[in-house]
Design a protein around this ligand. Structure first.
Ligand code: SF4
Length: 250
């Protein structure tokens, strides 16, 4: 089986939501900010991939603009403008402190016996002392959260798959909030990291109930009308679609 981070993270958040999204493939409403998030990620990847000794703001804005069509509907035009403002702020905050970048948007595949872990790291830098840092761009409007140890584990496994090394720190770069949250990684034991991820995979595979788990995340759930924990008379679930491969994306 094939697992992505997004898929495992969904299961850990709520198994019923996981069932709706990945087993029943229930449609979710379109999210207008997805386009902006993709454009920001693509622009930053291009910028860092061709990082000049003295970068100019246009090195960042031009690849961003290239992600959008010439004619934009009003909603997309607002998103485009917002993204430009975020990138200008990003550039000004980092100008003069550009890192030594090893990889941008690096996909990885980790074959782990009976399952495969797949994902992508936004960026990997080498620090002046030779240690590595993983950078993850966040486009959420939510206030920055304490990092999820599970996410750190998966990033480390991805990096180990690519380089054979683990990172000394992970930087969560919150583009909307204008901050970089640096998280030192004290636990750099590859075997223990792997064991923790395997426990989540085993839980997914053995869970026949896939029960709802109510929490703050319910406010943003696409499947609340189907949820027996939230509706006295939920919409009926369709007949189960054939289970495809499990995928977990970083
Ligand atoms: S509303 Fe909450 S409990 Fe129900 S499926 Fe969504 S996340 Fe799970």
């Amino acid at each position: 089986m094939r697992f992505s981070f997004t898929r495992l993270a969904t299961y850990r958040r709520c198994a019923f939501q996981y069932r709706c999204r990945y087993q029943l493939h229930l449609p979710a409403p379109p999210r207008p900010m997805t386009r902006l998030a993709l454009a920001l990620h693509a622009a930053l990847a291009t910028f860092y991939r061709h990082l000049a000794p003295t970068p100019r703001l246009d090195d960042l804005l031009l690849p961003y603009d290239a992600q959008w069509p010439d004619e934009l509907i009003e909603r997309d035009a607002r998103a485009w403008n917002e993204g430009r403002a975020l990138l200008i702020d990003y550039f000004q905050r980092h100008d003069g402190h550009w890192p030594r970048v090893l990889f941008t948007e690096v996909p990885f595949t980790l074959e782990l016996g009976r399952y495969t872990l797949v994902g992508q790291l936004d960026r990997v830098d080498e620090l002046p002392d030779g240690s590595l840092q993983i950078v993850d761009y966040k486009t959420t409007r939510e206030p920055p959260q304490a990092p999820d140890p599970f996410q750190l584990d998966l990033y480390q496994l991805g990096l180990a798959a690519k380089t054979g090394r683990l990172a000394e720190r992970v930087v969560f770069s919150y583009l909307r909030h204008g901050i970089d949250r640096v998280v030192p990684v004290d636990d750099r034991n590859l075997r223990l990291t792997l064991e923790r991820v395997e426990r989540v995979v085993a839980a997914v595979e053995s869970d026949d109930v896939l029960a709802p788990r109510v929490g703050e995340h319910c406010k943003r759930c696409d499947y609340i009308d189907y949820c027996p924990a939230q509706r006295p008379d939920p919409l009926p679930l369709p007949t189960a679609a054939p289970e495809g491969q499990l995928v977990l994306g970083l």
